[in-house]
Design a protein around this ligand. Structure first.
Ligand SMILES: [Fe+2]
Length: 224
């Protein structure tokens, strides 16, 4: 189904099921590409955890906040507030830092720079404050993180860590977040509709690029 057709369906008030299915298929496709953690080198395991942390620790709350600023619908904003309150109250960045430090995989400058370009594109996209596209991107983000957790936990375990609070918490609670965010996409589109020629999946595709970048640093490929 073309992106334009989906945007038109959104405007016609469809239930959004096809969009949710398409996002779920993109997530499944990314997860299917993950390597077996046991077959990676220990340095590759370290780099993946480090790049994940370089992206998530400083950006998750920022990107969710940017989406809040882009969102006009009060109901959709309340869903984002619930997400943000949990992130801040339970200090998910602290949880992630504990996870990463226990796996001895705290990002080095080369890890941060390895995700620089794709992360910058995401920041600039969210800076354009497009409510529907930003909300869909966050729905994809939550769903992807939840399915990514067993892999991330396996990387840390293979590095000798038993600190799994971050992966345990995000493997479960973000399911509810993701469902709420899909509802928010539809609520927002009623109030602040996306134009028929816009790419509804623009942010989703950019975030997919970020995750592919977490998995595969181009510099590593060149060196191989
Ligand atoms: Fe979180």
């Amino acid at each position: 189904m073309s992106t334009t057709l989906i945007a038109t369906q959104l405007q016609d008030g469809s239930d959004g099921a096809s969009i949710q299915q398409q996002v779920a298929a993109m997530i499944d496709d990314l997860i299917a590409q993950l390597p077996n953690p046991k077959q990676l080198t220990d340095e590759d395991r370290r780099r993946i955890i480090a790049r994940y942390t370089a992206v998530l620790e400083g950006n998750f709350i920022y990107w969710m906040t940017a989406t809040y600023l882009a969102t006009h619908s009060e109901e959709a904003r309340m869903i984002l507030i619930d997400n943000l309150l949990e992130e801040v109250r339970d200090s998910h960045p602290v949880m992630l830092r504990k996870f990463t430090m226990a796996a001895n995989a705290f990002p080095r400058s080369e890890d941060v720079l390895a995700v620089h370009h794709t992360m910058t594109k995401m920041r600039l996209f969210l800076g354009r404050l497009q409510g529907v596209q930003s909300l869909l991107t966050m729905a994809f983000f939550e769903g992807l993180i939840q399915k990514f957790m067993p892999f991330l936990a396996a990387l840390a375990a293979a590095r000798g860590s038993a600190e799994m609070e971050y992966t345990d918490v995000h493997g479960v609670c973000d399911i509810a977040h993701s469902e709420g965010l899909f509802r928010a996409v539809l609520l927002e589109n009623e109030m602040n509709p996306i134009s028929a020629d816009a790419n509804l999946f623009e942010g989703v595709e950019l975030l997919r690029d970020v995750f592919q970048n977490i998995m595969q640093d181009p510099a590593i490929e060149l060196a191989a």
